[in-house]
Design a protein around this ligand. Structure first.
Ligand code: ADP
Ligand code: MG
Length: 259
């Protein structure tokens, strides 16, 4: 059983929700405590994330929904070690990642995290195969191991027949499949997807969602950001963000709403 409780003692404007899972089986791969982000710009400070507390269990399909500008990408960038929070602690697989140097952050990102972006972000000068192999090359893996892992990942997404193509020769849906393969090839402990269907028509969007669901059934931990409420139904838990806060938490089919 899961429950949702409001953190006591917080003033209402800074109130945030703590999502508590008391399922014995749930191991938090990701745990955030009081994580906030404020950008400093020439026009002043832009609070992008208010203090957030939540965790994502290993093997969970977790979705973050919310309108444009509510802080979804900021949150994912922090989870993916592409950005650092202004305050709070982030624990990944039991280790605090706050005080790591750039090199260690890059190493953990490369080994533990697979990214899927709205704009696919494939490298245009590299073939499908080379795109998927690249993160493994950064790890210094042997050529034979790289080939095995890259081909396995491409087979999983149904793109192993397009290894020599370049991204520009593929449809958007196919490019996103290759991006999913690239994210998978290194067997990361968590897949982070930022609006993975945002640039796709509904048929290709559904196909990518089916693929993510299949990966989840195979044991992947997924945190997906979307502004499309329809796709939140795939999640075991989803949070709805508004103005950098968690406004609503849904657990399975049941919903608990806070003002
Ligand atoms: P979403 O992904 O939900 O659309 P973002 O996380 O991209 O939202 O942005 C949340 C807020 O933070 C917005 O107000 C945005 O303008 C601001 N923001 C994001 N990145 C930066 C940045 N690098 N510098 C200043 N403000 C930023
Ligand atoms: Mg975004």
């Amino acid at each position: 059983m899961n429950s949702v409780t409001k953190t006591s003692g917080a003033n209402p404007s800074a109130a945030h929700l703590r999502v508590v899972s008391d399922r014995a089986a749930g191991t938090p791969g990701i745990a955030l405590s009081g994580v906030s982000k404020t950008y400093r710009t020439r026009d002043g400070e832009v609070p992008s994330l208010r203090p957030l507390d939540f965790h994502i269990n290993t093997g969970e399909f977790f979705v973050v929904v919310g309108p444009s500008g509510c802080g979804k990408s900021t949150l994912l960038a922090i989870l993916g070690l592409l950005d650092s929070p202004t305050s709070g602690t982030y624990t990944l697989n039991g280790h605090s990642v706050a005080n790591l140097n750039l090199k260690d952050r890059a190493r953990i990102r490369n080994r533990e995290i697979g990214f899927i972006f709205q704009a696919f972000n494939l490298i245009g000068d590299l073939t499908v195969y080379e795109n998927v192999e690249l993160p493994l090359t950064y790890r210094g893996e042997a050529a034979a191991d790289r080939k095995k892992a890259a081909m396995e990942a491409l087979e999983k997404v149904g793109m192993s027949h397009r290894t020599k193509h370049y991204p520009s020769q593929l449809s958007g849906g196919q490019q996103q499949r290759v991006a999913v393969a690239r994210a998978l090839a290194g067997k990361p402990s968590v897949l982070l997807a930022d609006e993975p269907t945002g640039n796709l028509d509904s048929i290709n969007g559904e196909a990518v969602m089916s693929l993510l669901q299949e990966l989840h059934r195979g044991g992947a931990t997924i945190c997906m950001v979307t502004h499309d409420q329809r796709y939140a139904s795939c999640a075991q838990r989803s949070i709805h963000m508004l103005d950098g806060r968690i406004a609503n938490v849904k657990i399975g089919a049941a919903a608990t709403t806070h003002a």
